[in-house]
Design a protein around this ligand. Structure first.
Ligand SMILES: [Zn+2]
Length: 170
């Protein structure tokens, strides 16, 4: 569509003189000559590209994608960095051996040893169990990171604009 390039109407095949029109015809985006565009718009077969309720139906996954952060619910907690020390100190304060604590946590002694030496990070679930058994704190709320989906610029992008911007990025 660069300047000087000849465009042909994708409906009737004739060369487009002047401004090409874009429209969604039967769910497919097409470049049309003025007369096809008007004809199809009048008959209701074509939808303007910029307000395309049809298109939302064509690509439901993209259309449903919300600009709001989506990963927030996945992991609300992270494990503190000094978890090996916290676990070992709490365990020793109770006078428990590795084996005793491992049994209370229903994990292997080898696994607990790896966790206490910092070679293995416990899962969130396991960390919760450790917190309960040892009465210590291992989980901290995760801070929201910047790499969540970029929110749309402030001030007045319509949904249609957002859809178009996203499509152009592909
Ligand atoms: Zn035409």
């Amino acid at each position: 569509m660069s300047r000087g390039q000849e465009l042909y109407c994708e409906m009737c095949g004739s060369r487009i003189v002047g401004r090409p029109y874009r429209a969604v015809v039967d769910g497919v985006e097409m470049i049309l000559c003025a007369s096809c565009y008007l004809k199809l718009m009048r008959s209701g077969r074509a939808q303007p590209v910029r307000e395309t309720p049809k298109r939302v139906g064509v690509e439901p996954r993209r259309a449903r994608r919300s600009p709001r952060p989506r990963r927030v619910s996945l992991e609300l907690y992270d494990i503190v960095e000094d978890y090996p020390e916290r676990i070992r100190e709490a365990r020793e304060a109770k006078g428990w051996s590795l084996k005793t604590l491992a049994q209370k946590l229903r994990i292997s002694e080898a696994m607990l040893r790896k966790i206490e030496s910092g070679k293995m990070k416990p899962s969130i679930d396991l960390a919760r169990r450790i917190e309960k058994v040892l009465k210590i704190k291992l989980l901290v709320p995760t801070e929201l990171e910047e790499d969540y989906e970029t929110p749309p610029p402030e001030g007045g992008l319509t949904l249609g604009d957002v859809v178009i911007v996203r499509r152009d990025e592909d």
